[in-house]
Design a protein around this ligand. Structure first.
Ligand SMILES: [Zn+2]
Length: 147
């Protein structure tokens, strides 16, 4: 597979200068597609990393510590609720609810299916630039082991 969801090992990790969370590198095109206008006009080409901590104010930071605030990123500014899948617009809360009433499998199958056939667009639509399937698993493990 050569799509965005194939497992790549070419990612590097750097700690967020704001919260210290280990953050994975993102492609320049991901940053370009998420940064709001007109901030996007003044973006400098660099190696960027994505801080996935929802409480951290930093969305992206460059290797030389230039910070891009979550407020400068359209998806974080427009959607207060946390998204699980950006390709198909699935909220985390919706999936947690689906897990609780046993309708989660259908959602996951849909996403998995479209991911396999490369119809997803994580590299562009997900601010992390990464496939959301790992986040599905993460959410499942934190929301099904509680009972
Ligand atoms: Zn951070």
């Amino acid at each position: 597979m050569t799509n965005c969801c194939s497992n790549k090992n070419d990612s590097s990790t750097k700690n967020c200068p704001e919260c210290g969370k280990a953050s994975k590198s993102v492609e320049m095109k991901t940053v370009l597609h998420h940064l709001k206008f007109p901030d996007v006009l003044s973006i400098e080409e660099s190696d960027y990393y994505f801080c996935s901590d929802e409480t951290c104010s930093v969305a992206y930071f460059s290797v030389d510590n230039k910070l891009i605030d979550k407020k400068q990123v359209a998806v974080f500014d427009q959607h207060r609720e946390a998204k699980l899948c950006y390709c198909f617009d699935i909220d985390k809360a919706v999936y947690i609810e689906a897990l609780a009433n046993n309708s989660a499998e259908k959602i996951k199958q849909f996403v998995t299916q479209n991911t396999k056939t490369s119809l997803c667009a994580c590299a562009i639509k997900n601010p992390s630039g990464r496939c959301c399937l790992a986040d599905f698993k993460k959410l499942e493990s934190t929301n099904t082991n509680k009972n």
